[in-house]
Design a binder for this molecule. Sequence first.
Ligand SMILES: Cc1ncc(COP(=O)(O)O)c(C=O)c1O
Length: 369
Amino acid sequence: MRRIKMFEPQIGSEEINAVVDVLKSRWLAHGPVVEAFEREFAEYIGVRYAAAVSNGTVALVLALKALDVGPGDEVIVPNYTFIATATSVLMVGAKPVLVDVEPDTFNISVEEVQKAITSRTRAVIAVHLFGHPADVKALREICDDRGIHLIEDAAQAHGAEAYGRKVGSWGHVSTFSFYATKNLTTGEGGMVLSDDEQIIRRVKMLRNHGQIAKYVHEMLGGNFRMTSFQAALGRAQLRKLDMLNDVRRRNAALLSSIVREIHGVEPPVEKLWARHVYHLYAAKILLSDRDCVADCMKNAGIEVAVHYPVPINKQPLFVKLGYGSLVLPVSEKLSRVELSLPVHPGLSEEDIARVGNALKECVEKCAQG
Ligand SMILES: Cc1ncc(COP(=O)(O)O)c(C=O)c1O
């Protein structure tokens, strides 16, 4: 039987032709195609200015630098996320303040953010984990009240919406990743967006050696640029994004209709105010051994994954930095029960039924006690 993959970039003739056109043009590095991608993506998200960069990690680092966050500053980040959200703060010399997440959405807890704000807090990074928006409306209000920046890490949430508005348009700055597995990919790539022209001007300088005029350098920067063939791929992907997200949503709804019937498994939630884009379909395996279920699924020819087996406070790097004794029970529990199941747009309704039925069998086989 065909192996069902966890991820499968959707690359058609539009993407291939767009990249070939750039190769034929011989204009390979930064240029008008990158600028067109910036304009189109900013317009899609509903933000005025954008700077394409080499990946989502760099997008976070440059966003923090553009906001002048550095040594002595604190930045509040969720304890349950991909490592780059937290390490980007370390990379600019600031202190990540880890807070717990909501047990249903996996996203940063608004209440915990409020408790963690100090006189040193300069920013909050809200991650829209797995494609479900964080409560950016509440977070933006808190940040505005306290005079701190809201940064959205929207690496996993291209096209997701909160309260009828795209994520990436709620923060003072937002960042995206276009890594190979993302809902919109350029292979590697990233973008920083903001309605503040000065922030994006600074990001554009930082990504290009701090240059203000040819070979004249005003600040410490580096080479964090995107290539034209990556941007061409991104433009072709952007045209399909809504359609591909709709297929993800259809697949997720189908899978949830099966998962809901399995005792001891919780499907992902979608808040009434949210539009989830299912970058990942994160189920919770509550009454069976999660790792046993994962092995069983793999043996049935279905790729699954754990996002994330280790919360940030328990990562060896963070333990070394003294975060190991922090107790953040929600994220620690989620890391033991989360199991990501495939719902990517390359899967048919039959594939999804196979995923759901295999899960039912594996959960029964691995039931505890
Ligand atoms: C939440 C989150 N933030 C940041 C990143 C970093 O993006 P990149 O891999 O493009 O550097 C990722 C990518 O996997 C991510 O999932």
